[in-house]
Design a binder for this molecule. Structure first.
Ligand code: HEC
Ligand code: HEC
Length: 282
């Protein structure tokens, strides 16, 4: 117990890199540490699946991800190299005219460049599902191509600056039946426990370094999109009716600006942290 309090203290004191490591490890029970020591990270199966999809899944127009991004995402003639791309995301993309996170970026490539159809309900259902064949495995694989690199999110493009401002606002905005905000749990109450789970501080602790992450308790791999939307839903951070004053939505839909703005806010705070994915959580 004493050790846990000391670790939480280190995070609150702003022990940046030490802090992120401490939080991730503090929440990891012995049986999971043992799995890691044996080299059996359950998230690796998703990464391997993603690598397979990346090289072998052909879109309706016959292209694979590797047709443009090269073998192992290393690019073709120095172009469209994906190694290190995740370290800079979310960012603004000229070709789609939007700030995208990894989920939306992959969806855009599949629909814009591989011939999949956004209006095909079956395809979208398959894409959205956390245990579907495309989004989570591909995101995990592409993110892993930035392992060992430092997060380096920039706020250069005006749209990136706008998104960041929105993210910061949403983080602290109280909303919903409980009048909670992300910040109440993760900034004000950080280090305390809720439903027996330690409350991490995604802003100070640079937790983004270990996302996408495998959650052992629920046996699933998820991206930060899934995590943010799940906190919205689980903690009632929405109003049932659109409320212009509150500028918030009923359970934000996937790849919406509310979710991406919060991701940008948190990832910017994680700048300088070293990417190590997939993460492993209890
Ligand atoms: C026909 C070519 C093509 C195909 C096929 C394609 N992409 Fe892309 N991809 C692009 C282009 C163009 C961009 C935009 C690059 C930019 O603006 O920097 C891009 C950007 C990306 C980025 C962001 C790169 C960065 O530097 O931030 C990721 C990640 C990505 N693609 C993943 C994928 C995945 C995964 C697949 C397969 C499901 C795929 N792409 C298929 C052309 C393609
Ligand atoms: C009522 C408290 C509460 C609120 C409000 C809340 N969360 Fe969470 N959040 C949690 C709990 C509990 C966890 C799970 C910790 C664990 O996995 O052990 C969590 C986990 C997270 C994580 C993963 C941290 C890690 O260790 O990697 C992120 C990121 C996150 N929340 C973001 C958000 C965002 C963004 C919002 C606002 C939309 C939000 N949360 C609102 C309680 C909350």
């Amino acid at each position: 117990m004493k050790k846990k309090i000391a670790l939480a203290g280190a995070v609150l004191a702003g022990g940046a890199i030490l802090g992120s490591y401490a939080v991730a490890q503090e929440q990891l029970p012995t049986h999971l540490k043992e799995l890691l020591e044996l080299g059996m990270h359950p998230g690796h199966t998703f990464m391997d699946e993603g690598r397979d999809v990346f090289h072998n899944l052909k879109g309706p127009n016959g292209k694979t991800c590797a047709s443009c991004h090269g073998q192992d995402g290393a690019g073709i003639n120095g172009k469209l190299n994906l190694q290190g791309a995740y370290a800079r995301m979310p960012r603004y993309y000229e070709d789609i005219g939007k700030v995208a996170d990894i989920d939306l970026r992959i969806l855009s490539c599949m629909t814009k460049y591989m011939g999949f159809d956004k209006n095909d309900k079956e395809f979208m259902k398959k894409f959205n599902k956390w245990n579907g064949p495309y989004r989570v495995p591909l995101a995990t694989y592409v993110a892993s191509l930035s392992n060992g690199m430092k997060i380096n999110v920039k706020l250069e493009h005006p749209e990136e600056k706008e998104m960041y401002k929105l993210g910061e606002k949403l983080w602290f905005m109280r909303v919903g039946a409980r009048d909670f905000s992300c910040g109440i749990c993760h900034t004000v109450l950080a280090g305390k426990r809720i439903r027996l789970q330690g409350l991490p501080n995604p802003v100070k602790a640079k937790v983004y370094t270990h996302w996408p992450a495998y959650r052992f308790g629920s046996d699933r791999m998820w991206t930060m999109e899934d995590r943010v939307r799940s906190c919205y839903k689980a903690y009632f951070l929405y109003v049932n009716k659109w409320d212009e004053k509150k500028d918030w939505v009923k359970k934000p839909p996937p790849y919406s600006e509310w979710v991406i703005a919060l991701e940008l806010y948190m990832k910017h705070a994680a700048n300088g942290g070293t990417i190590e994915v997939p993460g492993l959580l209890r």
